[in-house]
Design a protein around this ligand. Structure first.
Ligand SMILES: Cc1cc2nc3c(=O)[nH]c(=O)nc-3n(C[C@H](O)[C@H](O)[C@H](O)COP(=O)(O)OP(=O)(O)OC[C@H]3O[C@@H](n4cnc5c(N)ncnc54)[C@H](O)[C@@H]3O)c2cc1C
Length: 431
């Protein structure tokens, strides 16, 4: 049945009901009835989180039938959209109005409310997480009330709501500060890892968006740099780019994953082969299409945010640990950068950040590898991506987030009956 497991398939659940409301009034009624019947509610976007955030045995709400633009203020480049709107649809709708999101992550299938609720981010040292593009929010709280907040209206609550893991209420409206539609020139290159690490500051300064994927056990990485262009025409579909970005990254890579799964001694060889298969790509297209890639191979993922100043030290330890060859892995490690923000539970709270993400093919054991890297990240003040695997407990969250008690104050005010709390969140937040 749809919506009874997450994308990676590592978390499954059997809700007593899955509801698809089409209006705020309907959502209010569901919440009031649930409170009356002593039932819990979780909301799902597209289930692209790796943790048990959406798991429930009671009511699961999907806003799949609550998508689209509510209003637009073109002169201010602002748009208010329904909480269930998927990023791919959002990109198209904004583009028709001559607008675009300032930055995005590397897929576009998530819902906008799910995206911001876990602090989803892209890359770019001068660009914040996607939640920083939100300037106002509407949600139905645990008492069935419609709450509105923004930078100028109930600011403290707004800062809590911008990254809130679905515990303050059901987000129905998201007002985005967009930018005029733009084209990006993307360059994908096979490069020497040592050169990238030495030159990292320049790469981040010289490119609007820069990230790299390191192939374990090799000195090779795939770099992705993109920059705004105004005078180039968007490219036509190019078979070579399609082949290297879609076919190799998905179907050929899936074969590599299966082979390394059945023959674990071949992890090093597979990683070297993946490095050899990297092709250089150049293309120009509208931003919402350039950011989005397709991910057909299923994996488990852990991603940590670390203060950018600690990046070089952390990276050395990560490389040493991975190259020890103690783990049954070959998936690339992804490194991205973002600007700090002032959002209570944002992993980038009050610090410019580097994000390091490690992945394991979903048929392989991941725990020892993730634990080893998590120990490194945590030793440097790392904060996990809320949608990705981690072993954080309540005391840890309070230690990592200076605004945690303020966040929890708002949680208690908005959802006094804990309607939106499942066992996973109960343990994470210690409530
Ligand atoms: C293949 C893949 C690629 C990814 N790429 C990136 C990336 O590039 N960058 C990055 O940072 N992350 C990335 N992620 C993580 C992903 O962006 C987050 O996990 C995101 O939260 C998923 O959005 P979703 O709509 O699927 O939300 P879900 O996973 O369904 O839900 C996430 C949270 O949001 C809550 N929620 C959903 N809708 C609402 C609502 N209307 N009101 C209140 N709460 C709500 C849920 O209850 C839950 O707590 C990726 C994940 C996958 C599987």
């Amino acid at each position: 049945m749809k919506h009874t497991k997450n994308w990676a398939g590592n978390i499954t659940w059997q809700p007593s009901q899955i509801l698809y409301p089409t209006s705020e009034k309907e959502i209010q009624k569901i919440v009031l009835k649930a409170a009356n019947d002593n039932q819990k509610i979780r909301v799902i976007g597209t289930g692209h989180s790796f943790t048990a955030l959406c798991k429930t045995k009671d009511i699961l709400i999907s806003l799949d039938q609550y998508q689209g633009i509510i209003s637009i203020q073109k002169d201010q480049y602002q748009a208010t959209v329904k909480g269930g709107t998927k990023l791919s649809l959002l990109g198209e709708l904004l583009f028709k109005e001559g607008l675009a999101m300032e930055n995005l992550g590397d897929i576009d299938v998530q819902s906008i409310a799910g995206t911001i609720s876990t602090g989803t981010h892209g890359t770019g040292k001068n660009l914040g997480t996607i939640s920083t593009q939100v300037i106002a929010l509407r949600f139905i709280n645990g008492k069935g009330e419609l709450i509105e907040c923004s930078d100028t209206n109930n600011r403290e609550l707004f800062k809590a709501a911008q990254v809130s893991l679905g515990v303050l209420g059901i987000i129905t409206g998201v007002t985005l500060q967009c930018v005029p539609a733009y084209k990006l020139a993307l360059q994908i290159q096979k490069e020497n890892l040592d050169t990238i690490i030495k030159d990292l500051d320049n790469r981040n300064n010289d490119n609007r968006n820069f990230e790299f994927y390191w192939l374990p056990y090799t000195n090779t990485a795939l770099t992705k740099s993109s920059n705004i262009v105004t005078d180039s025409e968007p490219d036509k579909v190019n078979f070579f780019n399609y082949w290297s970005e879609y076919v190799i990254e998905n179907y050929v890579f899936k074969l590599f994953c299966e082979y390394a799964h059945w023959f674990p001694s071949q992890n090093v060889a597979i990683s070297k082969l993946s490095a050899a298969a990297i092709s250089n790509v150049k293309k120009v297209y509208y931003s919402h299409k350039i950011y989005a890639t397709q991910r057909l191979v299923k994996f488990r993922e852990m991603e940590y945010n670390i203060p950018v100043e600690a990046y070089q030290d952390v990276w050395k330890e990560v490389v040493k640990t991975v190259n020890s060859k103690k783990f049954n892995i070959h998936f690339p490690i992804e490194v991205r950068f973002t600007k700090g923000d002032d959002i209570s539970l944002s992993p980038a709270y009050q610090r410019d950040s580097a994000y390091i993400a490690c992945h394991v093919y979903n048929k392989k054991e991941y725990q020892p590898y993730f634990e080893a890297l998590e120990n490194i990240f945590r030793a440097y003040g790392g904060r996990p991506h809320w949608g990705k695997m981690n072993n954080l407990k309540a005391g840890d969250v309070a230690d990592l987030y200076p605004e945690f008690s303020t966040f929890m104050k708002h949680r208690a005010m908005q959802d006094p009956y804990k309607i939106f709390i499942n066992p996973y969140l109960q343990e994470l937040f210690g409530i």
